[in-house]
Ligand binder design. Structure first.
Ligand code: IVH
Length: 671
């Protein structure tokens, strides 16, 4: 193979791999191998400049900056779309379409993702990319050809038999992964991060230096055509998208054909559910009449086509003014900066507070009182402040100081976890921690005590009727005083007391959640309840035993052990257990031969699993434990037993082999 043949082969091969990667989502080679091929081609072109072609994959690296972009008049205007915000507006759109077509039968639609980026029009002449333009005002845009060449997924040459002239339109965006990575890099260099992927993409496409555009790793997805000279465009939207793919243009997944508007509404719900998991941001879906002939008849208005509508999802980001920062003390003592905002509608709800996570995030984002900030609420995630809008920063703002003392109890604050988290160490007496802990205990996800909200809890604390979680179950003692309290009254007092009483029937996992151990949420609590069966067994489990529970890691195990090792927590637990002490229903007692005894299994068990052995002990009144102490009543050991066996021998704890244990108790015979 001579140099010219090799260069041609490399070009074709690289084009093919680009398609496999960006269009088919099915790469065949690694990035390193791709880079190696690209370098070989680049070296060949340097040695033989005459071999360089305009569609060479080496021509995507960007070129020297231009002074300004030229203007491009679009051959076919780049229109905008009408918006719909709810089901009724979609129904109205469908009716408009059918009325215009004078048609009773349902109209077929295609539902596509509404990619949240910037639109771009690519002109190909005889299959070669000759021009790229932004939308601009719809009639005239900016010529960004050099930049577009660096955008991933923009083919420099169309595959297959291309028309003499074709304008391909689509969206340029930044994936969420690239956005996160680029922002990490920016932060490491001490630069201000991008606010969102859309801004990063739109700014990236309009860089005067196309090498900078390339660094943003932008992606292109096609969805429609502008001017075409040559073959007729396929009739159906589905076929059009397929044609784009055949030409080597990436098309976003999830386009779905629907027989009527009802099916469209269902498809939208599916997209909405997938929205958080998509690799890029979308701000809605676009609904298009599927049949090209019907589209022709429908035509356009001045604003946009009659055959399409954008269904907008509630924005996940919005701008508002931050008028203060408060420091909130949580139940585990974490002190978190919270932005107090002018109320704003975002992600489908109105919010007036958003988290800034921790002092280090606050410093990094450098949001200041008086700033206009971008807030975000995606899905059910807690609203957060993304960052300030620096162009709108008023004069004379100052960075927000981080407190050195607990804003509620005045205890000096400590930094933990790599100096990121700020904590009030006054675990027991800090009123804020106490209040937050009780609120958590009574909350829906935990003990679900109806009628007890933050206000009542604070009031009862102030009155001295309650002092901590267990005291909730002694609240009845103050019934007299409560009933006489203006604003409470007999009925509401009795309702509250009944709700507290009723909470005693909550399953074990809910009680575990209620304890408020760090990292122990619903899933972990259920795992713990299943593995240990009651609070006593959980309380004595060591880290190794906890980590043996699937999905419980080092961090969580350590938090659990620390919580139960704390003297005051032990007292609290004992008092709580006097009122609430559920066990797993499927671990109903079968006997009492281990009543009051603690049994440790160590080493490898051969005839039963660790879970079966421990469940057996529990169901016969005992407590399986993970570590040996003076209080251990029996150690059952198998092959490989080490330090626990040695400790038991040293302490004189009774020992049994697994065989002896089975011989004496016959655990495998009980139901
Ligand atoms: S079709 C006549 N399809 O949304 C306009 N547009 O609000 C035809 N967009 O300017 C546009 N995803 O930048 C279409 N799948 C999609 C889209 C999409 C995002 C953008 C596009 C357009 C804007 C209209």
């Amino acid at each position: 193979m001579n140099a010219a043949e090799r260069a041609a082969w490399l070009r074709d091969e690289l084009h093919r791999h680009n398609r496999l990667y960006y269009v088919d989502n099915a790469p065949e080679i690694s990035d390193t191998e791709y880079d190696r091929l690209l370098r070989e081609l680049s070296d060949l072109e340097t040695a033989h400049p005459e071999l360089l072609t305009p569609d060479s994959p080496t021509q995507t690296v960007g070129v020297a900056p231009v002074a300004a972009f030229g203007e491009v008049r679009h051959r076919v205007p780049m229109l905008s779309l009408d918006n719909a915000f709810d089901e009724a507006e979609l129904q109205a759109f469908d009716q408009r379409v059918r009325r215009f077509l004078a048609q009773d039968e349902p109209v077929r639609y295609v539902v596509e993702l509404k990619l949240d980026g910037v639109s771009l029009s690519l002109t190909y002449e005889d299959g070669l990319l000759t021009q790229a333009a932004t939308r601009g005002d719809g009639t005239t845009g900016e010529m960004v050809t050099a930049n577009a060449r660096t955008v991933r997924g923009v083919p420099l040459r169309l595959a297959g038999a291309a028309p003499g002239l074709i304008e391909i339109r689509g969206e340029v965006l930044m994936t969420r992964a690239d956005f996160a990575r680029l922002n990490d890099e920016k932060l490491a260099r001490g630069e201000t991060p991008f606010v969102n992927p859309r801004n990063a993409a739109s700014g990236g496409l309009r860089q005067l230096d196309s090498r900078l555009t390339r660094e943003r790793r932008l992606r292109f997805f096609g969805y429609t055509f502008g001017a075409i000279e040559g073959p007729a465009v396929p009739e159906d939207q589905g076929a059009r998208l397929a044609w784009l793919r055949e030409m080597g243009v990436p098309v976003a997944a999830h386009a779905e054909e629907c027989p009527d508007i009802e099916a469209v509404i269902q498809a939208i719900a599916r997209v909405q559910a997938q929205r958080p998991d998509l690799p890029f941001d979308i701000d809605g879906v676009v609904i298009k009449v599927a049949d090209g002939a019907l589209r022709e008849r429908l035509g356009d208005t001045a604003r946009g086509p009659r055959w399409a509508i954008a269904y907008k999802f509630p924005a996940e980001q919005a701008m508002t003014r931050m008028h203060a920062i408060t420091w909130q003390v949580g139940r585990t003592g974490l002190v978190v900066p919270v932005a107090e905002l002018d109320p704003i509608y975002v992600g489908g709800v109105t919010i007036s507070r958003a988290t800034l996570h921790n002092p280090s995030e606050l410093r990094r984002k450098d949001v200041r009182v008086g700033d206009t900030v971008i807030v975000q609420r995606a899905g059910d995630v807690i609203p957060e402040v993304v960052g300030p809008v620096l162009e709108r920063r008023p004069e004379g703002t100052e960075p927000v100081p981080v407190p050195t003392e607990c804003p509620v109890c005045g205890t000096p604050l400590l930094y933990g976890e790599g100096d990121i988290l700020l904590r009030c160490s006054n675990k027991r007496a800090c009123p804020a921690q106490l209040l937050a802990g009780i609120i958590h205990f009574v909350s829906r996800g935990a003990m679900d005590i109806a009628g007890l909200g933050e206000k009542q809890i604070q009031f009862f604390l102030d009155k001295g009727w309650i002092s901590d979680i267990p005291s909730l179950y002694e609240l009845g003692r103050h019934r007299e005083a409560m009933v006489n309290e203006p604003g409470l009254g007999q009925q509401s007092v009795d309702n509250i007391l009944a709700a507290i009483e009723e909470s005693k029937t909550r399953p074990l996992s809910r009680v575990i959640i209620g304890l408020g151990i760090r990292f122990v949420g619903e899933k972990t609590s259920i795992d713990l309840a299943t593995a240990f069966g009651n609070l006593d067994a959980l309380a004595v489990a060591d880290e190794a035993r906890l980590q043996a529970v699937p999905d419980i890691g080092e961090r969580t195990a350590a938090e659990i052990v620390t919580w139960f090792a704390d003297d005051e927590n032990q007292t609290l637990l004992e008092r709580l257990k006097a009122h609430v002490n559920p066990t797993l229903a499927d671990l109903e007692p079968l006997g009492d031969q281990f009543a009051g005894q603690t049994v440790v299994f160590t080493g490898k068990l051969e005839t039963m699993t660790r879970e079966e052995a421990e469940a057996y002990v529990r169901r016969h009144g005992g407590t399986p434990a993970g570590s040996v102490s003076k209080k251990t009543n029996l150690v059952v050991y198998g092959p490989g037993a080490g330090s626990k066996l040695a400790k038991a021998e040293q302490l004189g704890v009774p020992l049994m082999t697994e065989a002896e244990f089975c011989e004496q108790y016959r655990p495998l015979e009980s139901p």
